[in-house]
Ligand binder design. Structure first.
Ligand code: NDP
Length: 286
């Protein structure tokens, strides 16, 4: 584990290599804010940028990547299919729109954002187009427009259902994952099924960082609470994608390769779990 470094890559089930930490851009507004943040992130060493159609900042992400001067193939771009674009034909259309906005001929990873085709996540009895949408995702993969395909907010039930219809298994499942929502069962399931678990809202949206247990561990290493939490993710084999609009945090969040948590410290953080979903629990989506 101590061999993890900023250049470490995790190998997906189709042999594509993905960085072990990424930069999330949800709530960074289109234009100057997202362009600046992505440029700062790339300069700090992040090589995975996580966006989505619904974040409405794909154009800025594309611009920042171009302006960074880094070769396209050095950067791992993820974007996501929004719920209301689910369905076979509309999925094929949505990827082309995202690629045009990003200014690239392919994304490294394309994800189905939620297991529902409904834009309103609070509706429990939502309509489900998962199977036909995945058929389109497989076409997109075969066409080379996405180097890997996966899902987001899928529970074990949704993933088990996929086994009935998927010809190409998902490479990644991006879910809410942090010390207060330590989804151990889902992580084990993903490991057993060769799916990489990507951890979103790894810093609990910045809302609950001041936890005594975490502060106590952070002080031992002269690290911040955010760094300890991100390191916990990395040591579990989850890929965290923290977001920040500020240079200081952007840099801080990737300085997580110069210390290693002990097993006892990992366990103490595991034990903070409260099954707390900060936003929506996809278990409610049938
Ligand atoms: P995070 O857990 O990454 O937290 C972001 C918040 O934490 C911001 O308010 C930020 O403030 C603050 N912060 C960041 N770094 C630090 C630090 N070192 N110390 C103190 N505060 C800090 O939340 P997100 O919900 O944004 O999740 C990250 C990414 O995951 C998203 O951007 C998106 O890409 C993805 N995501 C995916 C979802 C999905 O459904 N698939 C759903 C939600 C997120 P500041 O900007 O001021 O630094």
């Amino acid at each position: 584990m101590n061999k993890l470094n900023i250049n470490s890559r995790i190998v997906l089930n189709n042999k594509v290599e993905m960085p072990t930490i990424g930069f999330g851009v949800w709530q960074l507004s289109e234009g100057e804010e997202v362009i600046n943040a992505v440029k700062l992130a790339l300069a700090a060493g992040y090589r995975l940028i996580d966006t989505a159609k619904i974040y409405k900042n794909e154009e800025g992400v594309g611009k920042a990547i171009k302006e960074s001067g880094l070769p396209r193939e050095e950067i791992f771009i993820t974007t996501k299919l929004w719920n209301t674009d689910q369905g076979y034909a509309s999925t094929l259309k949505a990827i082309d729109e995202s690629l045009a906005k990003l200014g690239t001929s392919y994304v490294d990873l394309y994800l189905i954002h939620w297991p529902t085709a409904d834009g309103d996540l609070k509706i429990k009895k939502s309509f489900n187009k998962r199977e036909e949408t995945w058929r389109a995702m497989e076409e997109i993969y075969k066409s080379g427009k996405a180097k890997a395909i996966g899902v987001s907010n899928y529970t074990i039930t949704h993933l088990e259902e996929m086994k009935k219809y998927a010809k190409i298994p998902p490479a990644v499942n991006q879910v809410e994952f942090h010390p207060f929502l330590y989804q151990a069962e889902l992580l084990n399931y993903c490991n057993e099924n060769d799916i990489v678990l990507e951890a979103y809202s790894p810093l609990m949206h910045g809302e609950r960082l001041n936890n005594e247990t975490i502060t106590n561990i952070a002080q031992r290493y002269g690290k911040s609470n955010a760094q300890v939490i991100l390191r916990w993710n990395l040591q579990l084999g989850a890929v965290p994608i923290p977001k920040s609009a500020h240079q200081e945090h952007i840099i801080e969040n990737i300085k997580v390769f110069d210390f290693e948590l002990k097993e006892e410290e990992m366990k103490r953080i595991d034990n903070l779990n409260q099954n707390l979903h900060l936003r929506f629990d996809p278990a409610n989506l049938e």
